[in-house]
Ligand binder design. Structure first.
Ligand code: DGJ
Length: 657
């Protein structure tokens, strides 16, 4: 019998073979490692179910073999383990009983984060068709399985759904090929015994570290047997290969509710994923919501002056600065022609960059390097570089097409766009990398396209290690912990109505630390600026509104917010998150960050329709409390015993920070 005990801290897995060599999952969760088996191995669920192995169950793997056979029956022949940086890599070799095909289950532990990373590798003597190769399939018992997932698309990112799982299979999947989290979630919570709370109940957080499409099948079969299969979207992704490595999944288990899974994922993201993830992020002023495509040097310089007076640290020039024959005056043209539009900026970007640096801010620039408008010089020169299917009508989204990064010249062009922009303007130290369409004709090369996109990102990161990079894909379309290893932070959502943002940032916090979540004060929703500041201060703070048009009260509010944020941002960006009151389906939300002996509590009243849900219970004792709510400086006192706070009392929406 082969027995493998996999110990990733709170997340543990025990795998055993039966007499016939079939691999079973004998335990999953906390405290299962090293425990004696209660039953013979054959009575435990199959660890990695294949097409043809089990009846009436979903499969994790389906291959058509070189001889045309469609079923795969695996037996374990070997298990090895080796120490890797901060953990152990287990490799369990399974071979097909008939065909010369090896499937290796790879399990990499990260005990410092209670995190288990899992993927499969397939090796065949002759090419096989891989239809489906999920990264993992975990079996569960439990009485009332529930799945929480997030989706919502543009401006609705991180819309939360929690649902009971009933007999059958619930599938949550994406199909945009290179922006997996715009339409579908980047993290899933599976709770076997009814929905977990923040502090109670067993729960599994599962995510795919993958910039392509994702698929999760949550299956409830007979006799309460459930399984969560997670991997890349297999529909349309068949490949014929002799070697295949699946995208990697990551799991965090908790017996004590959802909170610990998020804190572990945040630490993992900061320390192992995000570039300079433990660094403090700059406070940004962006131009998109302030001026859109309507750029000219004098008014941009005026924005820079105001940004400097506010005490912000990075000025970001968004879309609209480029295009020669096809000036970028709206989104219908110019993408691909990365030369400065001299009709807007007659002397180029140089004077604006110099002005920004002189005022003590860094300068950042928007690019969308993998995209092209048909109305562009680039497209006229290289119509064959775009993703398309010959003889079929091409689909445009936002009047644009995507460059086919599987074409080496297109890939090189994309990397060179950035290299050239940076070489021409050495004062630029930050880029916002946008991607405003899905791939609708990705075809069976969907996986290669996702990998080619990563190759481009990796090369950019390699060539420009000192340039900060924000991931944006019509907002939060690239929020996965695979893609983010090439970036410092992301644009959480174009929806910056602070009322909606409370729910969006709440959702995003299940996966991402606040340091990564770009959150800007804008005019969306026409809310009080003080409320917008409070919401944005709970993430990576910034502004995206016309700073020259703020009235004096608003100005004072923003000034105070920047000053306060710079005193608290280490706690927000690097602290441990405690979600306190869910704003999902309610009109109140609250969360806190804790770093050492300092904590920041954010409490939001979103409308006046409901009474506050009692005082806010804190997971720590408050000894000394200051109200940093922008526009409402003063002192609030913890009520009762120093572990509860009262909600903001101003008319909604309002905040207490
Ligand atoms: C979509 C992004 O999400 C926005 O922030 C902005 O950069 C626009 N694209 C610019 O076209």
């Amino acid at each position: 019998m082969i027995r493998v005990d996999i110990d990733a801290g709170a997340t543990q897995l025990v795998l055993v073979t039966d007499d016939d060599g079939l691999l079973h999952q004998a335990g999953f969760g906390s405290g299962v490692v090293g425990e004696p088996l209660a039953f013979p191995p054959i009575l435990y669920p199959v660890a990695y179910p294949t097409y043809g192995q089990e009846v009436n169950r979903e499969h994790a793997l389906r291959i058509t073999h070189a001889d045309g056979a469609t079923t795969t029956r695996l037996r374990a022949v070997d298990a090895t383990e080796e120490p890797v940086d901060g953990g152990v890599l287990h490799r369990i070799e399974l071979v097909d009983r008939a065909a010369p095909v090896t499937v290796t289950l790879c399990l990499r532990t990260w005990p410092a984060y209670d995190l288990l990373e899992q993927w499969v590798e397939i090796d065949a003597e002759q090419p096989v068709t891989v239809h489906r190769a999920m990264a993992a399939g975990l079996a569960f018992g439990g009485q009332a399985p529930h799945l929480t997932h997030w989706g919502g698309g543009w401006a609705g990112e991180w819309t939360e759904t929690t649902e009971p799982l009933t007999s059958g299979t619930k599938t949550v999947a994406s199909s945009g090929a290179v922006r997996p989290s715009l339409m579908r979630p980047a993290v899933f919570l599976y709770a076997p015994d009814g929905p977990a709370t923040e502090t109670e109940g067993p729960v599994l957080a599962a995510t795919l570290l993958w910039g392509g499409d994702v698929r999760v099948d949550a299956e409830v079969a007979l006799h309460g047997l459930s399984r969560l299969l997670i991997g890349h979207q297999d529909v349309g992704s068949e490949v014929v290969v002799d070697h295949f490595e699946s995208p990697h999944a990551a799991f965090v288990w908790s017996d004590h509710g959802i909170g610990p899974t998020s804190r572990a994922l945040h630490r993992f993201a900061r320390e192992q994923v995000l570039r300079d993830g433990t660094g403090i992020r700059a406070t940004v002023v962006n131009t998109w919501e302030a001026v859109g495509f309507n750029l000219d040097q004098a008014s941009l310089m005026a924005q820079v002056d105001r940004a400097a007076e506010l005490g912000t640290e990075l000025f970001l020039l968004d879309d609209g600065w480029f295009g020669t024959s096809y000036p970028r005056n709206d989104d219908t043209q110019g993408l691909g022609d990365w030369a400065v539009d001299r009709s807007k900026l007659p002397d180029g970007l140089g004077p604006l960059i110099d002005h920004t640096l002189d005022r003590g801010l860094r300068f950042g620039l928007w690019v969308e390097p993998e995209m092209v408008n048909p109305r562009s010089e680039l497209y006229e020169a290289h119509p064959d570089w775009v993703v398309h299917e010959p003889g079929r009508q091409r689909r445009e989204e936002r009047s644009q097409l995507a460059l086919d990064l599987c074409i080496p010249e297109a890939r090189e062009f994309t990397v060179d766009v950035i290299t050239k922009v940076l070489a021409d303007h050495p004062g630029i130290s930050y880029l916002k990398w946008d991607a405003n369409r899905d791939l609708t004709e990705a075809g069976t090369a969907a996986i290669e396209r996702a990998r080619a996109t990563w190759d481009v990102m990796a090369e950019v990161a390699r060539r420009h290690p000192d340039v900060g990079l924000m991931a944006c894909a019509s907002g939060g379309g690239r929020s996965d912990l695979g893609t983010l290893r090439y970036f410092h932070e992301l644009w959480t959502s174009d929806n910056t109505d602070p009322v909606d943002r409370v729910r969006i940032q709440w959702g995003a916090s299940h996966l991402l630390p606040a340091s990564a979540l770009g959150a800007h004060v804008t005019r969306w929703g026409q809310r009080p600026v003080a409320f917008g500041c409070a919401v944005a201060m709970s993430g990576r703070f910034g502004f995206d509104l016309d700073l020259t048009a703020l009235d004096s009260d608003e100005w004072a509010t923003c000034l105070q917010a920047v000053e306060d944020y710079h005193q608290i941002r280490d706690v927000v960006q690097q602290g441990d998150l405690y979600r306190l009151v869910s704003p999902v389906g309610s009109s109140h939300g609250a969360w806190a960050y804790l770093l050492g002996d300092r904590a920041i509590v954010f409490a939001f009243a979103l409308d006046d329709t409901e009474m506050p849900p009692g005082p806010i219970e804190l997971p720590f004792e408050v000894l000394d409390l200051t109200d940093r709510t922008p526009g409402r400086a003063g002192e609030v006192r913890p009520s009762i015993d120093g572990r509860t706070l009262l909600w903001p009392t101003a008319p909604s929406p309002s905040a207490l920070v």
